[in-house]
Write a protein that binds this ligand. Structure first.
Ligand code: NDP
Length: 472
């Protein structure tokens, strides 16, 4: 089967098409301004240290963010002694990590999806991605749910029956594993960078800005692949990081049990709410092919290193914190967190579902019991083809232009609030997600306005707010 096909050009004389005459090709920047360049270099230099700082703060300072800085300021410690006390790279951790990544590669490449044959409503197996800027449509083997199920079944089988390794294995090797994930993250980003020059998968979808740092960080190739099916974006976005997310939390839970002889309700809440989010991701993996990560971002350090290091270490800070601070919440507090998390999840999922349903049925569906309203628009791809599209203005998409992000932020706040109010560290996630999603919102709107021109303006007039009606 062809893993990529070229979409036939679709010329139109429709009402909305006049704006496309002026609209530029969409996708990420072709030229880099000084501000973006400084941001890129700053992130490349600081991001690994930010991750290290959080891990070290938990390991050496009971998860206090301020204490290491205060200790340095007051001369009680030095950078060298902090570094010397941090667990170093271990070959045993490298072995664990190599087995883990190889196993995920094996599941991804060698075990075609069968789950979609048994579970009604689940979309798995070979699926089409979105149209790329160069007018290509890639095919993907969607088997993330299956990989997640197999991996977790093995985890539980080991924990309760085989006892090959301790369920606390991840926590016990956490900082040595961090060095390994960094090695993989940088190796993948560097490989993708070199590959884009020497043997790109789809040369028409490469973007060279002329700035080496920007190219390295934001990526050159749109959908780098090895062979027909090993798609870098789908694999790295989902597998080593997001499959691991729930295992990491389970390992934290096992550590709490080992250290204190019981598991707190806060740890259960964090495990349950984040597991819902992770399972939702895999249940909707085919839908994920149409999200910004896959259909607009190029693959570079930002995605490669981010998925290998940033995601598994910083998205799981709440569980890590609860190992050091086993917070037991009052019933009211726990219930409030649960309701906030579930309502946030509902808004996040329902909003994403409405857009997906609307786009899949080309508007022939019902949203909140009515025929949806929308703005008809058109755009031009790099091959000169003119394509039509629709922007939904009903349901949650009529409330705000990114209400899915609002739901996501409510869920994120719930994870943090599950840790009580003793320290700031578990709240890093909501701060980070707010920056990420607000930046994403601005970035996406800039891209959409370039893509749809005047039609986008008609849409923003119809739905004036981005995240919170009346506020932003
Ligand atoms: P969206 O799913 O909101 O996709 C944005 C795209 O949808 C736009 O570029 C546009 O694409 C299309 N679109 C925009 N408005 C409309 C409309 N009114 N009707 C129809 N189509 C529209 O964004 P993301 O891909 O960023 O996010 C997907 C989900 O993933 C979100 O819920 C987000 O919260 C979550 N997420 C989570 C992250 C995490 O780290 N936990 C990180 C990033 C995202 P087109 O060109 O097709 O018109």
């Amino acid at each position: 089967m062809e893993a990529t096909r070229r979409r036939a050009q679709n010329r139109t004389n429709g009402k909305a098409s006049d704006s496309t005459e002026k609209s530029a090709q969409w996708g990420r920047a072709w030229e880099v301004d000084w501000f973006s360049l400084l941001g890129v270099i700053g992130l490349l230099c600081s991001a690994p240290f930010i991750v290290f700082y959080f891990m070290m703060a938990c390991d050496q300072y009971q998860c206090s963010i301020s204490q290491p800085l205060l200790a340095l300021y007051q001369g009680e410690t030095t950078l060298l002694s902090i570094w010397a006390r941090a667990p170093s790279f271990l070959w045993s951790a490298a072995k664990i990590y190599a087995i883990w990544v190889s196993f995920q590669v094996f599941l991804y490449v060698c075990v075609p999806d069968v789950v979609h044959k048994f579970i009604p409503g689940y979309v798995g197996g070979v699926q089409d991605g979105a149209l790329t800027p160069a007018g290509l449509i890639n095919k993907y083997e969607i088997n993330g749910l299956q990989c997640w199920l197999i991996t977790h079944a093995l985890w539980f089988a080991n924990a309760h029956y085989f006892h090959w390794f301790s369920p606390t294995i991840i926590f016990d090797n956490w900082i040595p594993l961090m060095w390994c994930t960094n090695i993989l993250g940088y190796a993948v980003a560097t490989f993708a960078f070199i590959k884009a020059y020497l043997f790109p998968t789809n040369p028409e979808d490469c973007k060279f800005t002329g700035n080496i740092f920007y190219n390295y960080m934001m990526g050159i190739e749109f959908n780098p692949r090895i062979g027909k099916w090993f798609d870098f974006k789908l694999f790295f976005n989902g597998r080593p990081g997001i499959v691991a997310w729930t295992l990491i939390n389970l390992s934290y839970m096992a550590k709490q049990q080992e250290l204190y002889g019981h598991i707190t309700n806060s740890m259960i809440l964090v495990n349950v709410l984040q597991a819902i989010y992770v399972l939702d991701f895999f249940w909707n993996e085919a839908w994920y092919l149409k999200t910004i990560d896959i259909c607009h971002d190029h693959f570079g350090w930002y995605l490669g290193w981010g998925d290998c290091v940033w995601l598994p270490f910083l998205y799981t800070l709440q569980g890590l914190y609860l190992v050091y601070h086993p917070v037991q919440l009052s019933d009211t507090h726990a219930l409030t967190v649960l309701v906030l998390g579930l309502v946030g999840y509902y808004i996040f999922r329902a909003t994403n579902h409405q857009k997906d349903l609307f786009r899949r049925t080309n508007g022939s569906c019902s949203i909140w019991g009515r025929k949806p309203s929308y703005i008809e628009c058109s755009y031009r791809s790099a091959d000169g083809g003119v394509h039509r599209s629709k922007l939904l203005t009903s349901g949650f998409w009529g409330v705000a232009r990114h209400f899915n992000y609002t739901g996501d932020l409510m869920g994120s706040l719930a994870y943090c609030a599950a840790c009580g109010f003793g320290h700031i560290l578990p709240y890093f996630y909501i701060v980070y997600m707010t920056i990420l999603l607000v930046h994403r919102c601005v970035r996406d709107e800039h891209r959409c306005s370039t893509k749809y021109g005047k039609d986008w303006k008609r849409y923003t007039d119809a739905v004036p707010y981005r995240l919170i009606p009346g506020l932003f």
